[in-house]
Design a protein around this ligand. Structure first.
Ligand code: PMV
Length: 333
């Protein structure tokens, strides 16, 4: 029996084939399917939900500070669905904290809404499967629907209007390919200037390159599925760089242009390419979300060398090395 409160830990995911562009903004339905790796608990969000009949309205605390109306409203999109399904009226106190910088291109929204979906269902006494949790987390932020599963994950774009077929499935468990690591290089820990939802809506409306991107993505998705299935790192690294470059080119071609990368991000891209060329093999692949921080995907055997190389780049403030994660789990408060 639920006692009205629950705490869950979830982790961000890094998209190898990106979600950028919505066909339905209210339901966060994407224009294309995407593939990601759920990260290990080196980077994590811990979220507690307490449904309390004494509260007059929902309250959200992010990293120790009371959140503003916009963020609280976004959390309520998830809480409202849970209340409706569970048949409860009580408002909720949500306390969430990250051990990594918020809104800096490491998807704190993904881990945040995945943890919120799991904790709020549990606190309300709802038993939901991964598909339902994925759809619920998607209401908060699109990419969050991938963080309800561990390992290697595909978010199926779906075709239906109501989005019942737009949810994530696991392509492979974390044990399938334990040797993969993501070295996150922080180049700017500040908040990003333009939120991803606003940014992607501008790209869909104004970028011609984005239309071309949509035609290319299905082939990259199937090649990425194969690379994961066969643990083909050369292909994974090449495809993730290709897809990140394609997304950022579409953004840059939008009107007004949307630019998330900074000079240090570009330096990292050059250094990774040079390192691969020098080694005559893919030592690493870079990918960037809606921010200037690099995710450098490599293998454990090369991680030390890649980390040392990144540390030498001026403008790299900090590195987090993350393995592949197992997905959300219930935690002590
Ligand atoms: O889920 P959102 O609204 O934070 O958008 C995420 C978009 C990217 O991180 C840039 C790509 C992705 O697939 O995670």
């Amino acid at each position: 029996m639920a006692d009205g409160s629950s705490t869950w830990v979830a982790t961000p995911n890094i998209a190898l084939i990106k979600y950028w562009g919505r066909r339905d903004a209210a339901l966060n339905l994407p224009c294309n399917s995407s593939i990601s790796i759920t990260l290990g608990e080196e980077v994590q969000t811990k979220t507690s939900v307490d449904f309390d009949p004494k509260l007059a309205r929902d309250e959200l605390f992010l990293n120790g500070k009371k959140a503003g109306a916009e963020e609280t409203k976004r959390a309520a999109r998830v809480l409202n669905v849970v209340r409706e399904k569970a048949g409860i009226a009580a408002k909720a106190r949500v306390v969430s904290s990250n051990n990594f910088p918020t809104k800096a291109g490491i998807a704190s929204s993904a881990s945040g809404f995945a943890a919120l979906a799991c904790a709020s269902c549990d606190a309300a006494g709802l038993k939901m499967g991964r598909k339902e949790l994925s759809i619920l987390a998607r209401m908060g932020s699109g990419s969050a629907c991938r963080s309800v599963l561990g390992g290697f994950v595909e978010w199926k774009a779906g075709k239906q209007r109501g989005g019942r077929d737009s949810y994530s499935v696991q392509l492979a468990q974390k044990s399938h390919w334990k040797g993969i690591v993501d070295i996150v290089a922080i180049t700017d820990a500040g908040r990003k200037k333009i939120g991803s939802e606003k940014g992607m809506d501008i790209t869909v409306k104004t970028s011609k390159l984005f239309k071309k991107r949509l035609l290319e993505v299905p082939s990259r998705l199937s090649r990425m599925r194969r690379a994961i299935r066969e643990r083909d790192f050369e292909a994974l690294a090449a495809l993730c760089m290709e897809d990140s470059d394609s997304m950022h080119a579409s953004m840059a071609e939008s009107r007004p242009p949307i630019v998330y990368l900074n000079e240090t991000s570009k330096k990292i891209m050059r250094v990774v390419r040079e390192m691969n060329a020098r080694g005559g093999r893919s030592v690493a692949g870079y990918t960037f979300d809606a921010g200037p921080n690099a995710h450098v995907i490599t293998r454990k055997k090369d991680a030390k060398k890649v980390g040392a190389m990144l540390r030498k780049i001026r403008g790299v403030e900090r590195l987090f090395t993350c393995g592949v994660g197992g997905g959300p789990r219930k935690a002590a408060y």
